[in-house]
Design a protein around this ligand. Structure first.
Ligand code: G6P
Length: 364
C-alpha cells in the first residue's frame, strides 16, 4: 500500500516511495476512472477548463518537470494550447496572457511560496484556478477555485519520486477527460486508463531490476564529477528530471539536454568516460537520438541507452515496456530515480535528507 508515512523495511523513504509507484498508478485508476474505463472529474471543473483558450501550468522543481509533460498531454489530448511555467519566473515576468486563460498549480506539497505568489496575483485578476496537489488540505488547494488530489500518499524523502509520476498520470487523466468533454477526436481514441495499468506493470518490472540498476549506477557515476542526460520530446523532459534527481542527492553536476542541442555547445564538455544517459522511447526521434549518442561515444563518453522495447537495439542496456510516447516518462523516470538513489548510497550520503534542500520551500 502507498498510504502510510512509515519507512517499514526500507533503508530510506526514497526507496520506499520509488517502490510504491505502481500502487499509486492503480489507486489513481480506481479513483479517477469509471466502470467504462473513462476518466471522471468534477463537471464544473471540466466546464471551467473547457472555457479556457489557454492553460498555464505553474510549478517549481520536479513538479515543473511534470508540468512540461502535462503541456504536451493537454495540447494533444484536449486540444488546448498549454504552457508550463516556472512559478518563480512567472510571478514577476508574466507572459502576455491569452483572453481566457486558466491556471493550473502543480505542487506536491501545496505550500510552495513561489506558486502562492502567482496564485494570489491571478486570483486578484479574476482568472480561474486549479491546484493539483498531493496535500488536499494545503494552502494552495484551499485557495484555488478547484483542487484535485494526486493521491500519492505521504512523500517524506526530499527528492520527489512518486509525486512526479502521480502528477504525470493525473495530468493524463484530466487531459483525456477534458478532451472527451470537448469531443476532441484524439481523446476519444486515447485509452489512458489502459496505458496507466500498463505503466504500473512496466514500473514494477523496472523496480524489480534494482541489482542491475545499482551496478549501472556504480559503473557510470561512482567517481564522476558530472553527467549528462539526453532525449527528445518527452524523453527530454525526463532527462531534466533524471538530472535533477542525481544532482539533489548525489551532488554530481548533472544536466538534462535536448539531444539535438548537444552539438550546439554542450558537446564541448564531453571527455573520456563522461557519463551520458540517453532515453530513446519515441519512434519519431529514436534514430536521431541514437546518432547523438554515437557522437558523444566517439568522443569518449560512457553511454547508457535506455530504450522502449519495440525500438530496442543490441547496444541498449536497459529496456522499458512500450507505452504511448506522451506517457513513457512514467517508466523512464524509474531508472532515473534508482540511478540517483544508488549513486547517493554508494557515496555514503543521507539519501532522504540532502544538504541545502527542503521538502517544501515556503519562502520566495
Ligand atoms: C522543493 C523540493 C522539490 C520540489 C519543489 C516543488 O524545492 O525540494 O523536490 O520539486 O520544492 O515543490 P512542490 O511541493 O510545489 O511540488
Amino acid at each position: 500500500d502507498a498510504g502510510d508515512a512509515e519507512k517499514g523495511p526500507f533503508p530510506y523513504y526514497m526507496l520506499k516511495e520509488i517502490t510504491e509507484q505502481p500502487a499509486v498508478m492503480r489507486r489513481l485508476l480506481s479513483r479517477y476512472v469509471d466502470a467504462d474505463a473513462k476518466p471522471q472529474f468534477d463537471a464544473a471543473l471540466l466546464k471551467a477548463l473547457a472555457s479556457a483558450d489557454r492553460l498555464y501550468i505553474v510549478a517549481a522543481g520536479t513538479s515543473y518537470h511534470a508540468g512540461l509533460v502535462g503541456q504536451s498531454l493537454f495540447e494533444q489530448l484536449a486540444g488546448v494550447p498549454t504552457q508550463a511555467a516556472l512559478a518563480s519566473e512567472f510571478g514577476y515576468h508574466m507572459p502576455l496572457l491569452s483572453a481566457k486563460p486558466m491556471f493550473i498549480f502543480l505542487t506536491q506539497s501545496g505550500e510552495t511560496a513561489d506558486i502562492r505568489q502567482v496564485l494570489v496575483n491571478v486570483k486578484a485578476a479574476g482568472y480561474p484556478t486549479l491546484t493539483l496537489t498531493n496535500v488536499i488540505t494545503s494552502t494552495l488547494a484551499r485557495e484555488a477555485d478547484y483542487a484535485v488530489d494526486l493521491a500519492a500518499g505521504p512523500e517524506i524523502a526530499v527528492a520527489s519520486t512518486k509525486a512526479y509520476t502521480a502528477q504525470v498520470a493525473v495530468e493524463a487523466l484530466l487531459a483525456a477527460a477534458l478532451g472527451q468533454f470537448k469531443q476532441v477526436p484524439a481523446a476519444a481514441k486515447s485509452d489512458v486508463a489502459h496505458a496507466l495499468s500498463l505503466a504500473a506493470a512496466g514500473q514494477q518490472a523496472l523496480i524489480d531490476q534494482q541489482a542491475k540498476l545499482h551496478a549501472l549506477a556504480t559503473a557510470l557515476f561512482a567517481k564522476t564529477r558530472n553527467a549528462f542526460f539526453i532525449g527528445r520530446g518527452t524523453d527530454y523532459f525526463v532527462s531534466l528530471e533524471a538530472a535533477l534527481k542525481l544532482k539533489e542527492i548525489s551532488y554530481v553536476q548533472a544536466e538534462g539536454f535536448a539531444a539535438g542541442e548537444l552539438k550546439h555547445g554542450t558537446i564541448a564538455l564531453i571527455e573520456q568516460d563522461t557519463p551520458v544517459v540517453a532515453f530513446i522511447t519515441d519512434p519519431k526521434t529514436a534514430a536521431r537520438t541514437r546518432s547523438n549518442a554515437e557522437e558523444v561515444e566517439a568522443r569518449g563518453a560512457k553511454v547508457l541507452r535506455i530504450a522502449a522495447a519495440s525500438l530496442a537495439q543490441p547496444e541498449d542496456q536497459l529496456i522499458v515496456d512500450d507505452l504511448p510516447a506522451l506517457l513513457t516518462p512514467l517508466l523512464t523516470i524509474i531508472p532515473g530515480q534508482l540511478l540517483a538513489y544508488f549513486t547517493s548510497l554508494d557515496r555514503g550520503y543521507d539519501v532522504d535528507r540532502p544538504r541545502n534542500l527542503a521538502k517544501s520551500v515556503t519562502v520566495e
